[in-house]
Design a protein around this ligand. Structure first.
Ligand code: SAM
Length: 212
């Protein structure tokens, strides 16, 4: 998702109280930031943040951190937070390539990846959020019993992700190529903005859950 650059969005984000300004300084201290010992779940590439906001509303005893690369996209999430603030949700504007500088070993209990950019060219495969390089990063921040949950409508990206999870030494414990027709996996499913858009076009949604 790449909205047109919104002038001033960087400045708004730099002053916003829901946005963690120096996330590297919070490494190992995220529970302190939230003021409790609840588990921390993150979404990488959260877009406008609707999925995470709904999760945070439903689960007050989990702390959520949404990560988004582009200010213009993150700005929409911040505007929604101003209207309906949530104590258990914070945002970071960053490229997830440096995620291990922001979260300590075992600090995260769950990672959500929803409709991640496909980066279709082979030479860009390492940029895909489900590449083995990214799984290696997740290995460093995710608690031993933690999990990665990934949804997409892109069958080629889904195949790639299954292959990369295995190559990186992860185990896929649940997998569907038609989430909305899978009674078990669809239970409690929260639709993301992209999920709603693509399923309205008739695209089946794929989902996997990976653990080590
Ligand atoms: N997750 C949302 C959804 O399902 O509606 C948005 C999906 S959109 C296709 C992918 C989002 O991931 C974009 O907003 C993009 O800017 C963000 N993104 C892609 N690569 C990223 C990275 N390396 N670090 C942080 N955000 C990233």
């Amino acid at each position: 998702m790449r909205l047109r650059n919104i002038p001033g969005s960087r400045e708004v984000i730099a002053e916003n109280k829901w946005c963690v300004q120096e996330p590297e300084a919070t490494k190992g201290r995220w529970q302190e930031l939230f003021g409790n010992t609840h588990p921390i779940h993150i979404e990488i590439g959260m877009g406008k943040g609707r999925f995470l906001m709904e999760l945070a509303r439903q689960n007050p005893k989990i702390n959520y951190v949404g990560i988004e690369k582009y200010s213009s996209v993150l700005l929409r999430a911040l505007q929604k937070m101003e209207e309906a603030p949530l104590d258990n949700l914070r945002f970071i504007r960053m490229d997830a390539e440096t995620i291990t500088e922001v979260f300590d070993r075992d600090e995260v209990s769950r990672i959500y990846l929803n409709f991640s950019d496909p980066w279709p060219k082979d030479r860009h495969a390492k940029r895909r959020l489900t590449s083995k390089e990214f799984f290696a990063r997740y290995d460093r921040i995710l608690a031993r019993d933690g999990q990665v949950e990934f949804k997409t409508d892109n069958a080629a990206l889904f195949d790639f992700s299954l292959e990369q999870a295995e190559l990186a030494g992860w185990r896929v414990t649940a997998c569907t190529r038609d989430l909305h027709r899978d009674e078990t996996m669809n239970q409690g499913n929260i639709m993301t903005e992209y999920e709603e858009r693509f399923s309205a076009l008739g695209n089946p949604i794929c989902k996997l859950i990976a653990v080590r």
